[in-house]
Design a protein. Structure first.
Length: 306
């Protein structure tokens, strides 16, 4: 299943995701395929243009990927180990060299394994200016965590253990982005579906809350039925642009684009309503993410530039 598109500085295209085509059902594996700007597959990448991670060993589901400054690729998601009648999920981050071969100096043979109780899912993956990975996860029982990994996949112990703000057991993390100054934006929701609040929190590089952002470090939108964030990118001035969805007064859905100044204040756009759809919150919605490319916003399923 293709999950994301990554665009290199050389206009090459990386398609990342997971598949069970090679090993069969129950043996999904991460993959990355690289294409030239002409659309032809780049046979110098991996094996005949495709790199496979941890093939035919466990059930791995990729959810996020990023390109590093040297062309290396990080793939993140979760892995299911079929222990006797009690499958265990753990978060994983895998690293590939620019040529698609595993970077065996990273983690354990090219993969960093992360536990946060049962049912761990990686919710976001960002990269700092010095190519450290910032990963946010949710685990069973409502556990939430952010970690930073160094170039070898080890935990960066200079990273604070400041907790993610919890507004109740129904708090969720959607994802994170790392700004150019290495401050971290984390966003999600809290509250019941009938009155859900969307929030954004900004952290300093050491994970202490940036009190200059919004009110005491966070911004929230008024409660709305079935409200959610879908994606976040930055415009050419470094301002946050968020793609969200919520129900209207007629109980149908709206996709909307919201923009915030770097201090968290809202920029009122002439037309914030972007797309009217009957199932904006469902999996069938076509427009779930966007990215900035050559000072334009691309709206689509899962699009990201480095």
């Amino acid at each position: 299943m293709p999950v994301e598109l990554l665009f290199t500085d050389d206009d090459q295209i990386l398609v990342t995701g997971f598949t069970s085509v090679v090993c069969g059902a129950g043996n999904d594996e991460f993959f990355a395929a690289r294409f030239l700007s002409t659309g032809d597959i780049d046979s110098t990448f991996g094996e005949f243009g495709i790199a496979r991670v941890n093939p035919c060993i466990s059930e791995d589901f990729m959810s996020h990927s990023v390109l590093l400054s040297d062309g290396s690729v990080l793939l993140a998601g979760h892995e299911i180990w079929p222990y006797i009648n009690d499958p265990v999920n753990q978060g994983i981050v895998a690293k590939l060299h620019p040529d698609g071969t595993p970077d065996t100096s990273y983690g354990l043979g090219g993969i960093r394994y992360m536990n946060l109780g049962a049912d761990v899912t990686v919710k976001g993956l960002g990269i700092t200016s010095d190519d450290k990975a910032v990963v946010c996860m949710m685990g069973g029982g409502g556990g939430k965590a952010i970690c930073r990994l160094d170039q070898f996949g080890a935990y960066d112990t200079t990273f604070s253990s400041y907790p993610i703000p919890l507004f109740g057991s129904d708090t969720t993390i959607h994802s994170i982005r790392v700004q150019g100054d290495d401050k971290i934006l984390l966003w999600g929701t809290f509250g019941p579906a009938s009155a859900r609040v969307r929030y954004i929190v900004r952290y300093h590089e050491d994970l202490t809350i940036d009190q200059t952002f919004g009110v005491n470090g966070w911004v929230s939108e008024p409660p709305t039925q079935n409200a959610s964030w879908n994606d976040l990118t930055f415009d050419h001035l470094g301002r946050s642009v968020l793609l969200g969805s919520k129900d209207s007064m007629f109980s149908d859905g709206f996709m909307e684009v919201l923009r915030f100044n770097t201090d968290g204040t809202r920029i009122i756009l002439r037309n914030e309503w972007c797309i009217h759809c009957s199932d904006c919150n469902g999996r069938n919605s076509e427009h779930r993410s966007f990215a900035r490319w050559k000072d334009r916003l691309l709206l689509g399923p899962r699009l990201h530039t480095r």
